[in-house]
Every structure is written in C-alpha cells, then in structure tokens.
Design a protein. Sequence first.
Length: 199
Amino acid sequence: MAHELTKTDKMVYYGQKPWHGLGIEMPNLMTAKEAFDAAFGWRVEQKELYIRHGNEFLPVTGSWRANVRSDNFESVGIVTDAYQVLQPEKAFEFFDEVTMDPNGPKYVTAGSLKGGRKMWLLAKMPDFIQIADKDRYEDYLLLSNSFDGSTAVEILWTPVRVVCNNTLTIALNQAGSQKFKMRHFPSIAKAKSAWDFLG
C-alpha cells in the first residue's frame, strides 16, 4: 500500500481523481475551513505513557509522551516532552498567511497518511506554465508535517500535485534543500503567523 492512506486517514481533492482512486472529491478549490473539516476535523493531544505491571498501570518515568488523535484516540507517535505539536488547523492558518488570502479558496488537496502520523496541505498558486498547448504545469505551495517526530514541519514550492505518500515523497525529494524547515520545538508553538514560522 504505497499510497499509505489507511482506513483511518482521509484525503480531499479538487480536480483530477488521484491515481489510487481514493479520497473525497470536492466541487471546487477549498477554503481552509472546508479542507480542514473534510480531511481532518481532529486534533493531536499529548498523553502520559503507562506500562502494565500485573494489575496495575504505572506511569512511564522520563520525558516521553504519546501523541493521540482526538477523534479515535489512536496513537500517532511517541515523542519527548520537548516536541511541540503543530495542529492541522494551525497549519492552515500558516498557509492562509503565506498566500495573503485568508478567506479565499485555494486548497487543492489535503490529508493524513499512516493513520494520522503524517499530514499535508497543498495550496494552488495563481501561476502556471503552458507548454505546446498541451501540458500545463501548475504551481503549488506544500506543507508537510509529522506527529510521530520523524520529520520537521516543511514548506516548499512544488509542481507536484500531492495526493498520497508517493507524491509527497517525490515533492520533498525534488525540493532538496530548497524548503523551509522548522523542528517541533517550543518556538513553533510561539509562532503567531507564517512569517514567524518562515523567519
């Protein structure tokens, strides 16, 4: 299952149906609220970890926490207490700041992968390149994030229409070092806008 869309993941798209045939088709480009409600609607909560010892549950000592989805209470990662969550809803706020269009519809695809361990947002930019009256290359702004601590928050320009883990990997690899990255440290929680985030 290379697309990595599990039964508990959702993805939404506008336009051409993804190659894997999954997802919720939207009738138009989405606003942040439309995309968030359709693709997520959940938050990540940090919970203490416990181990079972006989009939007792004892708290795990140290600095480890479980990141848990608020809708199904499934763990999406074990992280240290230094890890700061960038909530899906907050990620949309960042993007609305970057595109300078807080209420306009611009989201082409959005979704989670691997049971919610990863997420992405893809916003359509107004520019495109037309080649030989046949091929049209769109310009997108992508935000990728993980809740299991495996990656930083990354923002990049890409011509790749992200609809799954395969296309997300292609977009990230093509960008190389040409992307903005921010680790999940306390500074991410203090950022009030994308401009704080992008520095």
